[in-house]
Design a protein. Structure first.
Length: 162
Protein backbone atom coordinates (compact mmCIF):
# COMPACT_ATOMS: atom_id res chain seq x y z
CA UNK A 1 0.00 0.00 0.00
CA UNK A 2 1.38 3.41 -0.96
CA UNK A 3 1.44 5.94 1.84
CA UNK A 4 1.15 9.71 1.50
CA UNK A 5 3.28 12.07 3.55
CA UNK A 6 1.10 14.72 5.21
CA UNK A 7 3.18 17.52 3.69
CA UNK A 8 2.07 16.43 0.21
CA UNK A 9 -1.47 17.55 1.08
CA UNK A 10 -0.39 21.19 0.93
CA UNK A 11 0.13 23.08 -2.30
CA UNK A 12 3.80 23.96 -1.99
CA UNK A 13 5.17 25.70 -5.05
CA UNK A 14 8.73 24.48 -4.46
CA UNK A 15 10.34 21.11 -3.87
CA UNK A 16 11.09 19.95 -0.35
CA UNK A 17 12.25 16.80 1.39
CA UNK A 18 8.70 15.45 1.04
CA UNK A 19 8.94 15.69 -2.78
CA UNK A 20 11.10 12.61 -3.18
CA UNK A 21 9.19 9.42 -3.94
CA UNK A 22 9.33 7.20 -0.83
CA UNK A 23 12.25 9.33 0.41
CA UNK A 24 14.52 7.81 -2.25
CA UNK A 25 17.15 9.81 -4.11
CA UNK A 26 16.36 10.98 -7.64
CA UNK A 27 18.49 12.30 -10.49
CA UNK A 28 17.30 15.46 -12.24
CA UNK A 29 18.64 17.62 -15.07
CA UNK A 30 19.00 21.38 -14.53
CA UNK A 31 16.87 23.32 -17.00
CA UNK A 32 17.66 26.81 -15.67
CA UNK A 33 18.54 28.77 -12.58
CA UNK A 34 17.42 32.28 -11.72
CA UNK A 35 16.66 34.71 -8.96
CA UNK A 36 13.00 35.17 -8.17
CA UNK A 37 10.78 36.49 -5.44
CA UNK A 38 9.40 33.75 -3.21
CA UNK A 39 6.52 34.17 -0.78
CA UNK A 40 7.03 32.12 2.37
CA UNK A 41 4.34 30.42 4.42
CA UNK A 42 4.22 33.48 6.65
CA UNK A 43 3.52 35.72 3.63
CA UNK A 44 6.99 37.31 3.75
CA UNK A 45 8.54 38.01 0.33
CA UNK A 46 12.16 37.05 -0.19
CA UNK A 47 14.53 36.99 -3.17
CA UNK A 48 15.81 33.45 -3.64
CA UNK A 49 17.99 31.55 -6.09
CA UNK A 50 15.80 28.93 -7.76
CA UNK A 51 16.61 25.89 -9.89
CA UNK A 52 14.21 24.44 -12.46
CA UNK A 53 14.55 20.85 -13.68
CA UNK A 54 13.53 19.16 -16.93
CA UNK A 55 11.91 16.25 -15.11
CA UNK A 56 9.95 18.15 -12.44
CA UNK A 57 7.08 20.61 -12.46
CA UNK A 58 8.29 22.10 -9.19
CA UNK A 59 11.50 24.11 -8.86
CA UNK A 60 13.92 23.91 -5.92
CA UNK A 61 15.15 26.85 -3.90
CA UNK A 62 18.94 26.56 -3.84
CA UNK A 63 20.82 27.48 -0.68
CA UNK A 64 24.57 28.02 -0.40
CA UNK A 65 25.20 24.40 0.59
CA UNK A 66 23.50 23.06 -2.54
CA UNK A 67 25.21 25.63 -4.80
CA UNK A 68 28.61 24.67 -3.37
CA UNK A 69 27.83 21.00 -4.02
CA UNK A 70 26.92 21.67 -7.68
CA UNK A 71 30.14 23.67 -8.03
CA UNK A 72 32.19 20.84 -6.53
CA UNK A 73 30.74 17.91 -8.47
CA UNK A 74 30.68 19.71 -11.84
CA UNK A 75 33.86 21.80 -11.42
CA UNK A 76 32.22 25.14 -12.25
CA UNK A 77 30.88 27.93 -10.06
CA UNK A 78 29.25 29.62 -13.07
CA UNK A 79 25.49 29.21 -13.18
CA UNK A 80 25.46 29.64 -16.96
CA UNK A 81 27.39 26.33 -17.15
CA UNK A 82 24.85 24.45 -15.02
CA UNK A 83 22.14 24.11 -17.68
CA UNK A 84 21.91 20.46 -18.75
CA UNK A 85 23.92 19.15 -15.78
CA UNK A 86 22.49 16.35 -13.69
CA UNK A 87 22.28 16.32 -9.92
CA UNK A 88 21.18 13.69 -7.45
CA UNK A 89 18.70 14.90 -4.82
CA UNK A 90 18.32 13.26 -1.45
CA UNK A 91 17.17 14.00 2.08
CA UNK A 92 19.53 14.70 5.00
CA UNK A 93 18.83 15.54 8.61
CA UNK A 94 20.01 19.06 9.52
CA UNK A 95 19.75 21.19 12.63
CA UNK A 96 17.48 24.18 12.06
CA UNK A 97 15.54 26.34 14.47
CA UNK A 98 16.68 24.25 17.42
CA UNK A 99 15.49 20.91 16.06
CA UNK A 100 16.55 18.19 13.64
CA UNK A 101 14.61 18.45 10.36
CA UNK A 102 14.66 16.83 6.92
CA UNK A 103 16.32 18.96 4.24
CA UNK A 104 16.45 18.50 0.48
CA UNK A 105 20.09 18.26 -0.53
CA UNK A 106 22.08 17.85 -3.70
CA UNK A 107 24.29 14.83 -3.10
CA UNK A 108 28.05 15.13 -3.37
CA UNK A 109 27.92 12.59 -6.20
CA UNK A 110 28.21 13.26 -9.92
CA UNK A 111 25.40 11.17 -11.43
CA UNK A 112 26.29 8.86 -14.27
CA UNK A 113 24.89 10.28 -17.51
CA UNK A 114 21.45 8.89 -18.23
CA UNK A 115 21.18 7.05 -21.49
CA UNK A 116 18.78 8.83 -23.83
CA UNK A 117 15.28 7.44 -23.62
CA UNK A 118 13.57 6.11 -26.72
CA UNK A 119 9.92 7.12 -27.10
CA UNK A 120 9.38 5.68 -30.60
CA UNK A 121 6.69 3.25 -29.35
CA UNK A 122 4.71 6.05 -27.71
CA UNK A 123 5.07 8.27 -30.79
CA UNK A 124 3.86 5.42 -33.03
CA UNK A 125 0.89 4.81 -30.71
CA UNK A 126 -0.09 8.51 -30.93
CA UNK A 127 0.31 8.57 -34.72
CA UNK A 128 -1.91 5.46 -35.05
CA UNK A 129 -4.85 7.10 -33.27
CA UNK A 130 -7.90 7.57 -35.52
CA UNK A 131 -10.07 9.77 -33.27
CA UNK A 132 -9.59 12.51 -30.67
CA UNK A 133 -10.97 10.17 -28.01
CA UNK A 134 -8.45 7.48 -28.95
CA UNK A 135 -5.68 10.09 -28.81
CA UNK A 136 -6.77 11.29 -25.38
CA UNK A 137 -6.97 7.78 -23.93
CA UNK A 138 -3.58 6.89 -25.41
CA UNK A 139 -1.86 10.03 -24.09
CA UNK A 140 -3.41 9.78 -20.62
CA UNK A 141 -2.00 6.26 -20.33
CA UNK A 142 1.57 7.56 -20.59
CA UNK A 143 3.89 8.23 -17.65
CA UNK A 144 4.75 11.87 -16.95
CA UNK A 145 8.13 11.58 -18.69
CA UNK A 146 6.47 9.97 -21.72
CA UNK A 147 3.93 12.81 -21.80
CA UNK A 148 6.68 15.42 -21.57
CA UNK A 149 8.59 13.79 -24.43
CA UNK A 150 5.58 13.36 -26.75
CA UNK A 151 3.35 16.37 -26.06
CA UNK A 152 4.29 18.03 -29.37
CA UNK A 153 3.29 14.87 -31.29
CA UNK A 154 0.01 14.71 -29.34
CA UNK A 155 -0.71 18.35 -30.20
CA UNK A 156 0.16 17.74 -33.86
CA UNK A 157 -2.21 14.75 -34.00
CA UNK A 158 -4.92 16.70 -32.18
CA UNK A 159 -4.77 19.32 -34.94
CA UNK A 160 -5.00 16.66 -37.65
CA UNK A 161 -7.91 14.80 -36.05
CA UNK A 162 -10.12 17.85 -35.43
Amino acid sequence: MDKTHWKKEFNYEYMGSYSLPDGKDIVLTIKETKREQVIGQNGKKEDCFVCYFNESDKPMILNRTNCKTITKIHNTPYIEDWKGLQVQLGVDKVNAFGESVDALRIRNIKPKPLKPLNYSEQIAALRNCKTLQELQICFLGFTQSEKNATVSIKDEMKGLLQ
